[in-house]
Ligand binder design. Structure first.
Ligand SMILES: Nc1ncnc2c1ncn2[C@@H]1O[C@H](COP(=O)(O)OP(=O)(O)OP(=O)(O)O)[C@@H](O)[C@H]1O
Ligand SMILES: [Mg+2]
Length: 213
């Protein structure tokens, strides 16, 4: 693997029971690259991300990733799956620091969580329980929880669904800021405006991944 390649998909194929979704996919992602992924509904974008994350195991080919690389993932669902979880927004986001649940947080940890909440305009909700949030607010908490741990690779699957235009713009601004800080970002979006800052855009089509203008 080349030095600056952080993640390499080599001749990957994958399918669910009787359906092949991806075939002979080759994709190298370099450290610091901001990659956009587009494609029609059902083309295999989320499936591709789950291969990158190691949730799906390829039926053929291999994925090369340094064991020390940390990956943060915001999934596609807008369902507030943490809605029934008896925790405040502050607590949920602090769980993103991957400390033991509700263990003692250092002053630095607390400041980091508060700073992240501030970025997402969630600070004033910090003591509210997840079950009281709107869908868009809960989505922002999910993203904040991932970003607070400062992962090496950030994988975002349609993170802006259910988010208002202003918050979406802010999130895109933040992603572009993370890109400027040399973070590696893989971002699935149906909105071309969200992908303007990308170094490369790939399209998932006909079970393959092609470079896309
Ligand atoms: N867990 C699963 N079990 C079986 N089939 C699945 C599963 N997840 C996805 N599929 C199928 O794999 C194909 C690709 O799905 P995937 O979710 O990767 O598409 P996508 O490009 O992310 O679509 P969307 O734009 O709607 O999010 C679809 O035909 C889908 O029905
Ligand atoms: Mg999807």
């Amino acid at each position: 693997m080349e030095n600056d390649v952080i993640l390499s998909l080599q001749d990957i194929s994958f399918g669910y029971s009787n359906q092949t979704v991806l075939e002979n996919v080759n994709l190298d992602i370099k450290t610091g690259e901001f990659i956009g992924i587009v494609g029609l509904n059902g083309s295999g974008k989320s499936t591709l991300l789950k291969l990158i994350l190691g949730v799906n195991k390829p039926t053929n080919g291999k994925i090369i990733k340094n064991d020390n690389v940390t990956v943060g993932y915001v999934n596609q669902t807008t369902i507030t799956e943490e809605g029934g979880f008896p925790a405040t927004i502050f607590e949920v986001v602090s769980l993103g620091l991957k400390k033991k649940p509700f263990s003692h947080l250092t002053k630095n940890d607390k400041e980091l969580v508060l700073k992240t909440l501030e970025i997402f305009n969630l600070k004033k909700l910090k003591n509210k329980s997840m079950s009281t949030l709107s869908g868009g607010q809960a989505q922002k908490v999910k993203i904040a929880k991932v970003l607070v741990s400062n992962p090496d690779i950030i994988v975002l699957d349609e993170p802006t669904s259910g988010i208002d235009a202003e918050s979406e713009e802010m999130l895109i601004e933040m992603i572009n800021h993370l890109h400027a800080m040399k973070k590696t970002i893989i971002f699935v979006s149906h909105n071309p405006d969200n992908l303007k800052g990308c170094d490369k855009i790939y399209k998932v089509i006909d079970k393959g991944v092609v470079s896309y203008a």
